[in-house]
Design a protein around this ligand. Sequence first.
Ligand code: HEM
Ligand SMILES: *[C@@H]1O[C@H](CO)[C@@H](O)[C@H](O)[C@H]1NC(C)=O
Ligand SMILES: *[C@@H]1O[C@H](CO)[C@@H](O)[C@H](O)[C@H]1NC(C)=O
Length: 436
Amino acid sequence: IPVLKNRIPKPGGWLMSLLTLGYGGDKLLKLEFLSEYYFYYGLFKFESKIYIFNPRLVRHAINKLEKGAEHYLENSPLKNTLLGSSQKYPETRRAIASLFRKTSIEERAAIMMGDIQEMCEKFRGEPNGVVNVTKWSFLMALDIVGHVLLELDFHALGKKQEEMIRAMAVLHKCYALGEITSDSEEFREANTKFDDITHVVLEEALNIDDDTMQRKRLVKSLHDACGFNEAKDNMKLFLLAGTETTASTIPVALYLLVKYPRLQDELRKEAEELLESVMADPTKLLPKIESFLSEVLRLYPIAPFISRQIYEPVTLGDIHLDQHADVIIFTWGIHRSTHLWDRARDFLPFRFLNNSKTSGNMYIPFGAGSRVCIGQHLAWLELRLALAMMLYQFKFEHAHETPELRFVVDWVHAVIHPDKDFLFRVVSTQNETIKL
Ligand code: HEM
Ligand SMILES: *[C@@H]1O[C@H](CO)[C@@H](O)[C@H](O)[C@H]1NC(C)=O
Ligand SMILES: *[C@@H]1O[C@H](CO)[C@@H](O)[C@H](O)[C@H]1NC(C)=O
C-alpha cells in the first residue's frame, strides 16, 4: 500500500459539516469514515491528534513512540500505573510478566472455571429467566481477577465487594458515560473510596502467608519491584483493565449470538463436543468459538485505539513528523477498513478459522510490540471458557429488555462499552450442568 509522502491531510470545513450531518456527535464513526476517506495517506489529523491506520506506519508508531500516559491520564486513578510511560516502569513490568504468561494463566484455569460456573448458577436463579448479563459478567470478571491474579477471594458474585463495585460504577459514569466530570464531588469521593479499598485489599494480600506457594505471588512481586503505593495503583489497573474489558466483550458476543441463532446452535454443538476435553486441558482449542471471538474483537475492538506521543521529530516509514503531538493508532479503523479486509463490514464468524487472513498489524485487538496487552492470555482464556460453558448450558434469546448494540467511548482509557445493560432470556439446555 503506497503512502502519499509528507502530508498529513485534515478534513476542511465542508467535510466537517458533512460528517456532522452524517454522524452527528458520533466521533468514532466520523473517525471510521475518515480512515476510509484518507486511506492512501495512511494517516490524518483530527482535532489536533494524528490518527494512524496504515499497518506499516502502525508498526513504526507502536515500536518507536512513547505512551506518554501521564498526560492523558491526568485525572485518572490509573495515572501512576504501568500504563504510564515506558521509561518509568520497565522493572515493574518485568517483575510480573511471568505471572501473565500463557502457561501460568492456563495453570489456573480450574479456578477460573469455578467462577464461570458460579455465574452460570446465578443465571438459573433469575426471575422470569431474564438475565442481566452485563451485571453478572462484570462480577465474574472481578472474581477472576481476584482469583487468578491476586489470589484473593472477592466473592463479588456472592454479593460482596459492594463498596468497590459502587466506586467502579462511578468511575464508569465519568469516563464511559460522561454523565459526571472528574472534578465533581461524586467522582472525587468514589476515587478516594476506590483508593482506600485497594489499599486495604493490598495490605490483606501482602499479609497472606505464602510459604507453601511454589512461586512468588503477584502482589509480592509488585510490592518488591515498586513499593506499596505503586503496587496499589497497579492493582487498580488490574481491577479496572482486567474487569471492564472482558465484561464488555461477553454481552457483545451474546448479542450477536442472539441475532444469529443458527450460529449460536453451531457454537453450542462445538461446546458439546469439545468442552469436556478443554476443561481437562485448557490448551485444547475450540476452533469455531475462537474464530467467532476473534471476529467479535475485529468488528468491535473493545480497545478501539492505542495512544502514543511524539516528543521529538521522528520518521515513521517515510513520513517525517516534527511537531509535538498526540498520536492515535486507530485500531477501530484498521479492523474495519475495506482496503484491508474482504467484506470488512460484514460479520463473518468463521473468517479466522483458517488462520491465514491477517498479516502484520492489521489485526491488533490487544495492541502489539513491547506494550502489548499484558492480560491478553487471561482475557482470551476467560472469554473462550465462559462462552463454551455458557453455550453448553443455556440458550440465549432476545427478551423484551434486550437493547440494540450501541457503544459509548471512554476516550481517556481507550475502551468502549455498550451504552446499555444487556439483558437476555436464558433457557436451560438439555445438557447436564457442568460438574467441576
Ligand atoms: C478483551 C479484553 C482486553 C482487550 C481488548 C485489551 C486490550 C489492550 C490494549 C489494546 C492495550 C494497550 C496496548 C498499547 O498501549 O500498546 C492493553 C494494555 C494493557 N492491558 Fe489489556 N486488554 C484486555 C484485557 C485485559 C485484562 C484481562 C487485563 C488484566 C489485568 C489487562 C491488562 C492490561 C494492562 C496492565 C495493560 C498495560 C500494559 C502496558 O502498558 O505495558 N487487559 N490492553
Ligand atoms: C443490570 O445490572 C446493573 C448492575 O448491577 C444495574 O445497575 C442495572 O440497573 C441492571 N439493569 C437492568 C435493566 O436491570
Ligand atoms: C477453510 O479451509 C478449508 C479447507 O481448505 C475450506 O474447506 C473451508 O471452506 C475454509 N473455511 C473458511 C471459513 O474459509
